[in-house]
Design a protein around this ligand. Structure first.
Ligand code: NZQ
Ligand code: ZN
Length: 401
């Protein structure tokens, strides 16, 4: 097992009516004026936003509002948020929404707590050394931003989608009421489930040794989300299924399923971020569209792990318990069966397994551009199962068509 640091400072308040604890949580963090940050209208339509405004007014906590965060959140709104917060002396940011709103809040938080242009942190020319305190009321189980160290922002100038990862942006609290996710469209529920599973898959596909506990937690998490995603397709207001998926969203991306590994692969996420930047697709759907092609391209570089994934996660039978004693041809067949089973699951919840199914018919020139951007103009490789350079990226995007 590799050495690791596991840091999850976010206070999780989970369950029915948990948003009623908002005022006491804000008081605990000594907040005087809040930026109420939200998305394109779902929180207004569901009645959640007026209820939060009431809670704040009754507790005499001042606030200013900034809605309009788009999925694949934009840098221009982040700049607007920074200006507004400076003008209004905001000292706490409350994100009401999903990954996009939380990531936008984190970027505003960086902008407020550091000098200079916040995009520098996403371009990675320098790193932030602080962030304004942030809390959230989560309305979609997906990105895991409520407990992650990550924020992903899209710069409309060049349509670059880039991430910044530091512990400074970890949320002070995350309010998670599974009932708030009942109003999600089926596509967003399914796309969220893909993203949740993928956050553990990215860590699971690594080049480290097998680990009993971390692998076991990961396998249970992936199976749990698959089972409950199927329940939600038929029964979207099933509380327990919503709760399982919501808790999985946080555990899948707070570092737990990566403890003791080498950090994991993450190539699918890098390949998808370029799709999100260029075509504005839902992140989870972009991941399911690319993953099978990625997996078939790299699986031979860690055959045993892909075979283990087939056996432990998809319950595909092997001829012996000890996978290391199986012949290579059987491992190969198991690995491919596991990849196919994953794609079958994606289809079972109406998620795409190709770019065409995603609604994106890419030209050769666009693939060249995606790979050029993803390789940071041929200055980096991605992935750990197999290091992928620009030429590899082109092959994977082509295979995903
Ligand atoms: O904008 P509104 O009207 O609120 O609608 C949203 C949006 O259209 C809607 N929605 C959210 N809650 C709802 C609801 N509709 C009805 N009822 C509700 N209760 O869902 C749509 C998607 O919302 P979004 O916040 O974009 O979803 P998600 O949580 O999947 O976040 C995606 C973003 O997070 C990034 C992705 O790249 C993408 O930009 N990621 C962030 C990560 C992180 N910070 O750790 C990690 C991830 O890998 C990911 O990259
Ligand atoms: Zn993701």
């Amino acid at each position: 097992m590799n050495n690791f640091t596991y840091y999850t400072p976010t206070k999780v308040v989970f369950g029915k009516d948990s948003e009623l604890q908002l005022a006491s949580l804000l008081e605990e963090f000594h907040c005087k004026k809040v930026l109420l940050h939200y998305g394109g209208g779902s929180a207004k339509r569901s009645g959640l936003l007026p209820r939060i405004e009431n809670i704040l007014s009754e507790a005499n906590i001042g606030y200013v509002s900034l809605g309009g965060v788009k999925p694949n959140p934009r840098l221009s709104l982040v700049y607007e948020g920074i200006d507004l917060c400076r003008k209004e002396n905001v000292d706490f940011i409350l994100a009401v929404g999903g990954g996009s709103v939380i990531d936008s809040a984190k970027a505003i938080g960086y902008g407020l707590a550091n000098e200079g242009d916040v995009w520098d942190f996403y371009k990675k020319v320098r790193m932030p050394n602080a962030c304004m305190p942030i809390g959230c009321i989560l309305t979609i189980a997906a990105a895991g931003s409520e407990m992650s160290n990550s924020s992903v922002i899209t710069n409309e100038d060049g349509w670059l989608k880039r991430g910044c990862n530091t512990d400074y942006c970890r949320l002070k609290f995350a309010i998670m009421n599974p009932e708030l996710t009942y109003t999600l469209p089926e596509y967003q529920t399914a796309s969220g489930c893909v993203d949740i599973i993928m956050h553990t898959m990215e860590r699971y596909f690594n080049q480290a040794e097998n680990m009993e506990l971390t692998d076991g937690i990961s396998e249970a998490l992936m199976r749990t989300v698959m089972e409950n995603a199927k329940i939600l397709k038929k029964d979207p207001t099933n509380y327990n299924a919503r709760a399982e998926v919501m808790w999985a969203s946080s555990l899948s991306h707070n570092g737990l399923t990566g403890c003791g590994t080498d950090g994991g692969d993450w190539a699918s996420h890098q390949l998808e971020h370029e799709l999100g930047g260029m075509f504005d697709v839902a992140h989870g759907a972009g991941l399911s569209a690319i993953w099978g092609s990625f997996a078939r391209y790299v699986y031979k570089d860690n055959l045993l792990r892909f075979a283990k994934f087939a056996v432990k996660v998809h319950k595909i039978a092997a001829s012996g318990k000890d996978l290391t004693s199986l012949p290579e041809e059987e491992l190969d067949a198991l690995a491919l069966a596991g990849i196919k089973a994953m794609e079958n699951f994606y289809h079972s919840i109406d998620m795409p397994t190709s770019l065409h199914e995603l609604g994106v018919d890419v030209t050769d020139a666009q693939i060249e551009e995606l790979a050029e951007k993803c390789s940071f103009h041929q200055t980096r490789t991605i992935g750990i199962v197999k290091k992928l350079d620009k030429a590899d990226m082109i092959e994977i995007y082509k295979a995903a068509r």
